[in-house]
Design a protein around this ligand. Structure first.
Ligand SMILES: [Zn+2]
Length: 50
């Protein structure tokens, strides 16, 4: 199963805070998760980079 490395960045400050992997066949949509951003110092919505 090919899993692709993705970069997850904060939607507020645009910093690349996390990396993850995903299966492109299972997750066609762009990943969107709430995670703690150390730059905003609060939980922010993080989105997968293009
Ligand atoms: Zn941020």
């Amino acid at each position: 199963m090919p899993r692709e490395l993705i970069i997850i960045s904060c939607t507020e400050c645009k910093r690349k805070n996390y990396t993850s992997t995903k299966n492109k066949k299972k997750q066609a949509k762009r990943l969107e998760i709430k995670k703690f951003c150390k730059f905003c110092r609060k939980r922010m919505v993080h989105k997968e980079e293009k």
